[in-house]
Design a protein around this ligand. Structure first.
Ligand SMILES: N[C@@H](CCC(=O)N[C@@H](CS)C(=O)NCC(=O)O)C(=O)O
Length: 215
């Protein structure tokens, strides 16, 4: 059985976990925190989570993992069977993970972890995100899902990453760049919250946060 290694605070761990649950692929979770030591580096070359362990070996990078799962379990139809639709799902995931979340990530140190970012970083990220949010708005349908009426794998990335972009920009700039651009990510998240896979992922994240605060 696939072992999913990482922890419930990680949005990319949760992206893979959501997909495994949503598409009914059996897996077990192994608690691993990111680290620059050999215990993690031996499995995930940058010391990041998530990674999976399979009979063939280790695999990191959440999108590579989703692509592997899609190829390994074709009957689960993780991506749409229609090639165009599947490509549009991949396009959206790239926008969310690369053009939005990865850019906003440079804000997290100050937005979520009590650190400080430089004025240069603040200005650079504002410029980049403003352009990328506008581009994403042209692409995403929000009907209510990213591709329209039907939930797709793109919504797995959207559910986990759009709130981080909204909350981080709110914390640093005093305005939520997504809401400001007319992207109502809060209603979008609500539309997905009812899914059992989303409930499990969100419940586990909250339980993890509560356990760290208690201890
Ligand atoms: N592109 C990677 C990103 C993974 C990632 O950044 N994971 C974070 C946790 S959410 C991590 O391990 N950070 C530790 C580090 O960057 O050293 C993916 O899609 O899996």
């Amino acid at each position: 059985m696939i072992k999913l290694c990482g922890y419930a605070l990680s949005n990319y761990y949760n992206k893979v976990k959501f997909a495994l649950l949503e598409y009914g692929i059996p897996f077990e979770e192994v608690f691993v925190e990111p680290a620059q030591d050999e215990t993690v580096l031996a499995h995930s070359p940058l010391g990041k989570v998530p990674y999976i362990q399979t009979d063939d070996g280790d695999l990191c990078e959440s999108q590579a993992i989703l692509e592997y799962l899609a190829a390994r379990y074709p009957d689960k139809a993780i991506f749409s069977r229609d090639p165009w639709e599947a490509a549009k799902e991949r396009e959206l995931i790239t926008f969310i993970d690369l053009h939005l979340e990865l850019v906003a990530r440079d804000l997290y140190k100050e937005a979520f972890f009590g650190g400080k970012i430089s004025d240069g970083t603040r200005a650079l990220i504002e410029k980049r995100l403003t352009r990328h949010v506008a581009g994403f708005k042209r692409l995403a349908l929000f009907g209510p899902f990213l591709r329209g009426e039907r939930f797709s794998v793109a919504d797995v990335a959207g559910y986990l990453n759009l709130p981080l972009v909204g909350m981080a920009t709110q914390a640093i700039y005093g305005r939520d760049f997504l809401l400001d651009a007319g992207i109502d990510w809060k209603s979008y998240v609500k539309a997905i919250n009812g899914r059992p896979a989303a409930q499990r992922v969100t419940g586990d994240r909250k339980a993890y946060i509560a356990s760290t605060q208690a201890g």
